[in-house]
Design a protein around this ligand. Structure first.
Ligand SMILES: [Zn+2]
Length: 328
């Protein structure tokens, strides 16, 4: 891709005295906090933007120790993208340390957020759960306390492609500001990618609608599928809350085991970016089988099954659908 940009610049150099400025504009250096976001930025940026992710494949975006190399990458970036909503608690310090002159672009801005649920695992009210998101939305923004783990908006917005469309709009705006000559291209790339996001949404809806509602239950390590669950009517059980650095209480674990048995949940999932031990312990006590691995907040390596956001989303839907069909 770099080669193509270089040739375009070289061709214009022969034709036009403005070419030097054009070639320079074609080289926006963007940094994103984690792989899922970096992929979406590269979809919008196309050949004009070079994107790198601070956290690598299979990494946990909640807990991260920036390296001296990250400090340099942020300092040298033209645009820095983060998801926000408390996901990347380590970013403020990195930005300050790096001496980055701009403000990071918070791509989840303007997303209609859901609040983190209270930490009771009393999902006896499943049937109502799916509507409950809708009534509550209006209050969300008033509740500003997101410094405590069990409080504030759910940061895992990308697990619903409808939210990623908002990311795309924010990314188009930020790249167009950094590189006005590319604005038309960013808008065109963004529009094309939003079509793909809509087809992903449709794919999930079609697959999941075919499963009876009382079988749509999934056990994972931590609560990263709230937006997915609200949108497609799936209940997720998880021993950890919405951040990976909290701990599950013995009471929560016992409650989940009972619930797994009572509700005939037959399989459970690992997460590519998290320690599987707790979820394994719960599953084995409840007699459930491993359903495989879900990519919740980190892409796989390029040769894995979730090398892009679109692949990750489809892969997760397929895995979940297969497992939910076994619940009875
Ligand atoms: Zn998470």
């Amino acid at each position: 891709m770099k080669i193509r940009v270089w040739w375009a610049g070289a061709a214009m150099l022969a034709l036009s005295p403005l070419s030097a400025a054009v070639a320079q504009a074609a080289d926006v250096k963007a940094v994103a906090t984690f792989t899922v976001l970096a992929d979406v930025v590269s979809e919008v940026g196309g050949d004009r933007v070079e994107v790198s992710s601070l956290i690598g494949p299979n990494g946990d975006p909640h807990a991260y120790e920036p390296t001296p190399n990250d400090v340099r990458r942020v300092r040298d970036a033209d645009v820095v993208f983060m998801s926000g909503l408390g996901l990347e608690g380590w970013m403020d310090r990195l930005i300050a340390t790096s001496g980055f002159k701009g403000q990071p672009v918070v791509v989840s801005e303007h997303i209609h957020t859901r609040e983190m649920e209270e930490e009771d695992h009393d999902h006896g009210h499943d049937a109502d759960d799916h509507d409950h998101g809708d009534h509550d939305h209006d209050h969300d923004h008033d509740d500003g306390g997101h410094h405590h783990h069990h409080d504030g908006p759910d940061p895992h917005v990308w697990n619903s492609p409808a939210n990623v469309e908002v990311w795309v709009d924010n990314i188009v705006a930020a790249l167009s500001k950094a590189d006005p000559a590319g604005a038309d291209e960013y808008r065109a790339n963004g529009d094309a990618y939003k079509q793909e996001l809509e087809s992903l949404d449709e794919y999930a809806r079609t697959q999941i609608e075919a499963i009876p509602e009382d079988r749509r239950k999934i056990l994972t390590s931590h609560d990263a599928f709230g937006y997915f669950g609200d949108r497609y009517g799936v209940t997720f059980l998880a021993p950890l809350g919405m951040t990976t650095d909290s701990e599950a209480s013995a009471k929560d674990v016992a409650g989940l085991i009972t619930q797994m048995k009572e509700e005939h949940i037959k399989s459970y999932f690992f997460e590519n970016s998290n320690d599987p031990r707790l979820v394994e312990q719960i599953a084995s006590a409840a007699g459930a089988q491993p359903g495989g691995e879900l990519y919740v907040e980190s892409l796989s390596k390029p040769d894995g099954p979730a090398a892009t956001y679109a692949d990750m989303f489809r892969f997760n839907v397929d895995q979940m659908v297969k497992a939910m069909k076994q619940n009875d």
